[in-house]
Design a protein around this ligand. Structure first.
Ligand code: IGP
Length: 374
């Protein structure tokens, strides 16, 4: 069996769970086995009427430090017996919050995408992917140039909490106006179901000649998505600590490194921050002011997570912190800057304005476009 086939989880037993983060091969494809291939195989079995899962809800909750249940613990709600369909909804197969719902759907979506384009099929096109741009370097350069947090401006049509943010949505035009008006990097939502995003937007923005490095804003649950994001022109990906156990984060960071991409590791509370600070090689931490389970936004969260020892550790390690979500005014920007962030990730407050790029000056209280600074 060739390495790519093994990596794509075809034709052989999945590696044991605990071994995956220790894999230290420098060959990108050889390390690409899905962290979840063992579980995915189990899930597929269930769908075919195979053995029921052994774990109960209490076992699955909190596995490896994550709070959400990564997949329905009692199997999918719909079962087939011969030609008959039974819908049996119970606590174990009903998502308890929006994050669980998104992640469960994402697992199903990714397993279909993988079936259509297994990893070995991505190998050739990956060699022709647009060269990687330096995401972290662009943030640092912008901070040095303006003395203000570098802006990662988000190309976002809709969200589950806010609905449609912009009816007339032209991703390439939006990206161009963001770049012209001083964004250091762009974040492009690729989730279709909940955010009305698309991988085609990444492609289109890169092919239109936008120079800013691009963050693929996706719910990553499987290493396959990292390769796919790179193929579509991503220079960085989001890894959400509420979704990924530590071992998966470590493993995915290695793959990002091999692919040359940066990883923005997102946390929302102290526990997640402490987990991530224990992982070597993290360069960028995003503090999300929005709780993805309840949608509540509180920008003082950024400050809370940077106080005391945590802030010192971050400074010692040279990690760049990105303040994410709920930033609308120059006061908000100075608040998170004083808390210690060197970059911000902003969607709604820009995308809702008539010209999202021109709105940048309003958000920062001054024009930060490269021309005006020269
Ligand atoms: O639109 P806002 O409030 O400016 O937020 C942008 C960004 O932080 C938000 O879109 C986001 C942060 N983390 C995420 C994870 C998934 C989806 C979306 C997000």
């Amino acid at each position: 069996m060739d390495a790519a086939a093994a990596a794509a989880g075809r034709g052989g037993p999945a590696p044991p769970r605990c071994a995956r983060a220790e894999t230290d091969s420098e060959d990108a494809v050889a390390t690409a086995s899905s962290p979840h291939s063992a579980e995915a195989a189990g899930a597929a079995e269930q769908g075919n009427g195979g053995p029921a899962p052994v774990a109960d809800a209490a076992d699955v909750e909190g596995v490896d430090g994550i709070r959400i249940r990564r997949r329905p613990v009692t199997g999918p709600p719909v079962h087939y017996v011969g030609p008959f369909q039974f819908r049996l909804e119970n606590e174990g197969n009903t998502p308890r919050n929006i994050l669980e719902r998104i992640v469960w759907d994402k697992e199903a979506e990714v397993s279909q995408m993988k079936e259509r384009r297994p990893l070995y099929m991505l190998k050739g096109p990956l060699e022709n992917a647009p060269p990687v741009r330096d995401f972290v370097g662009a943030l640092k350069a912008s901070f040095d140039r303006t003395g203000l947090p570098a802006l990662i401006a988000e190309v976002k049509k809709a969200s589950p909490s806010r609905g449609v943010l912009r009816e007339d949505f032209e991703p390439v035009q939006i990206a161009q106006t963001y770049e012209k008006n001083g964004a250091a990097c762009l974040s492009v939502l690729t989730d279709a179901k909940y955010f009305q995003g698309s991988f085609d937007y990444l492609d289109a923005i890169r092919n239109a000649g936008v120079q800013c490095p691009l963050l693929c804003k996706e719910f990553i649950v499987d290493a396959w998505q990292l390769y796919y994001a790179r193929l579509k022109g991503a220079d960085a990906v989001l890894l959400i600590a509420a979704v990924l156990p530590d071992l998966d984060i470590k493993y995915m960071l290695k793959i990002c490194k091999i692919l040359g991409m940066a990883a923005l590791v997102e946390v929302h509370d102290e526990r997640e921050m402490d987990r991530v600070l224990g992982i070597d090689g993290v360069q960028l931490i995003g503090i999300n002011n929005r709780n993805l389970e309840t949608f509540q936004v509180d920008i003082s969260n950024t400050k809370k997570l940077l106080e005391g020892e945590r802030g010192q550790t971050i400074a010692q390690k040279g990690i760049i912190v990105v303040g994410e979500s709920g930033l609308f005014t120059p006061d908000h920007i100075s608040f998170v800057q004083n808390a210690g962030v060197k970059a911000v990730l902003v969607g709604e407050s820009l995308i809702k304005q008539e010209d999202p790029g021109k709105a940048i000056a309003g958000l920062f209280g001054k024009d930060i476009s490269p021309v005006s600074a020269a």
